[in-house]
Design a protein around this ligand. Sequence first.
Ligand code: ZN
Length: 381
Amino acid sequence: MTSYPGPRDLPPGSPDAPGTPGVSGASGSGRGALNLALLRDRNDAAVLRAVRSAAENGTSRVELANRTGLTAQAISKITARLLAEGLLTEAGRERVAGQTGKPRTLLRLVPQARVALGAELGRHELRLIQVDLTGAVTAQTRTPIDPDGEPGPVLDRLAAQVRELTARHGADRVLGLGLACPGPLDTRDGILHQVTGMPRWHGLPLRDAVQARTDLPVLVEKNTTAAVLSRLGPENRAFVYLGDGVGAGLVLGGRVQRGARTNAGEFGHQCLDPAGPRCACGARGCLEAICLAALRAGRTAEAATALALGVTNLVRLLDVEEITLGGPTLLADPTPYETAIRTELATRLPDPAWQPVTLTRATPLAIPQGAAALALGRLFD
Ligand SMILES: [Zn+2]
């Protein structure tokens, strides 16, 4: 099951983020009309969320009123609108045990009614996926990238692939594009800052550049933050990435954490050894530098131990209860990393039995799926 970010989890500055209403179907002029439209969207979203999380065979209007706290009259109006828009469909009837009267009509989500796109911009590859309303992947493409090359041609290619994937859907059926990329970046203005290993991308206004090329609402997010939002999990959890770099995405108290400049989770640049190897960030002995140097020398066990120390620091600092491990390097050979992390947690936590940490493996598409979930949030949050 896939979980989706809540309203406050949308990247700040995104079209639907709180305080920046804009393109979510608001109509009419003036503050009053805007507020009414926003309220309508919010109630529609609450109903859509309730339908999405209901049993597969559907849910009744009575149940929807109970789950959302909206009146029967409001539910009747909203479901009529969502049926007319093709987002919901009637899916048979159910008779409730012990109740007389006519059986209740069941409503179900129409997964293919809208699509959302999610892209992962990596240092060597661009991945683009299309998902339906349930978050299921319905199409995907992969394109190699030259990290030393100019961004323009890569973005042109991304726009061409977006057009290709969405050509058979009307423009109004495409919710938007979530774009996950390596940090550091500022998700508020969608600008990249000194991305390790991609010198020509520094200072690029990525969101605006992609929006101009695709005519879609674009939500930019750090790759690890997108990944931690790609699935349901406990309220305090982290996603840890090992690929061309090392990073983490954080959910604490049920809320995604981005920090003051939307740059939390630069986990790979914690210093493990002030006299260690020089890192691409300029500092010495960063976890990322130690891991990548060990991997280049073929010393996987050493890389695994460094990552495990970082993960143990993370658990001690933030008391997370679940760590999802992802990234191409780690997923290609997960066992040494999982073993090292279990060993370090068992030996370095003061009471590991009282503070258990679950380790899970991410799917290879966790990052683009998390990015697509941000675009789906335009409808559900
Ligand atoms: Zn560093």
